[in-house]
Design a protein around this ligand. Sequence first.
Ligand code: OGA
Ligand code: ZN
Length: 383
Amino acid sequence: MSRMQAVAARLARPGIAGLRQDAETLTIGWADGRESRFAAIWLFDNRPDGRHGPDGQRLFDVAELPDEVGIASVELTGEGDVAVTFAPNSVATVFSGAWLRDHALDPASRAERRLDKHLWDKGLAANPPTAAYAEVVKGGRALADWLAHIRDYGFALLSGVPAEDGMVCRVVELFGYVRETNYGRLFDVISVEKPNNLAFTGLALGNHTDNPYRDPVPQLQLLHCLQAAEEGGESVVVDGFFAAERLRREAPEAFNLLTRYAVPFRYVEKGAVDLRAAAPLIELDSEGDLRAVRYNNRSAAPFDLPEETVVPFYQAYRRFGRLLHDPAAIVSFRLGAGDLFIVDNQRVLHGRRGFGKGRRHLQGTYADKDGLLSRLRVLEASL
Ligand code: OGA
Ligand code: ZN
């Protein structure tokens, strides 16, 4: 089901067709035939009056709950809500029917709450998620739409950002906060005499996620073009989740190896910086869904693996690397002065083709995704 369908399904929430109860469980039969079970302890912990106002913080600790929580009685109210009296203390409360549906724990309800990942390949180039800075800067719908692109695709373009120093940080301030690092509040991507990072040369950069040697890793990266190279320097992006799902399908053993073992990453500037972090190249959430991808062979440290795992791990790693550079998966484009792109650095890899002649100048910065998603939710609720 698409996200739009999921949202529509929830707006028109089915009502309650029937209630059943035993000492430990409330069972609701919904008008659409779905059935959801709610444990007494879960209901007691989530009772609306246990909070400091609607959506407020909980007023007690879970350790303070009674050892035995049961349900004494349940009743459907005239408004389609559920009145519950708990045992043994006869605490009574009313749960909204819509709230119960939105938080139901049956498999179909849980699946409905998962975000559709909108996996993409080179086909995205026909209609890349994009917006104009002049619109987005006004906030409201235009900003919400642009932020939703980033949530859904892990990638978006922004055109017409004034090609001025520091504007990349101003763009972050539209939705969140700059994440400052040893590279500064922002960093200049130019080719320099004695580069400490290959990004600061004219060399091509293979597809990668940035700064895997940090924990936590920067979740969003922005690159803003102040001056394009005369020749070359095109940008490349690829959906790491698309490649990871392909690996899971085509080579499940390889996929498992990459989720199971952490890879150490390191970045050193002598006398100044020694950053290290270890994490799996493919990270799963508790449901086995993709959570994050890290890929950056430039800063991978020697793998620290059981001896017998080294060779199969390299096979898996190389296979994933080929999928991440597959021409059928990548989208490439040329940033002109004033163009910017943003990636979800835990999903979408970026790279660039080499450039020779002329000066090229990009400015980059990082930000966190939780702030962006928070801003998006607040905007969507107000629109
Ligand atoms: C970077 C990077 C790409 C480019 O600075 O992290 O990947 O187009 N740069 O220069
Ligand atoms: Zn990079």
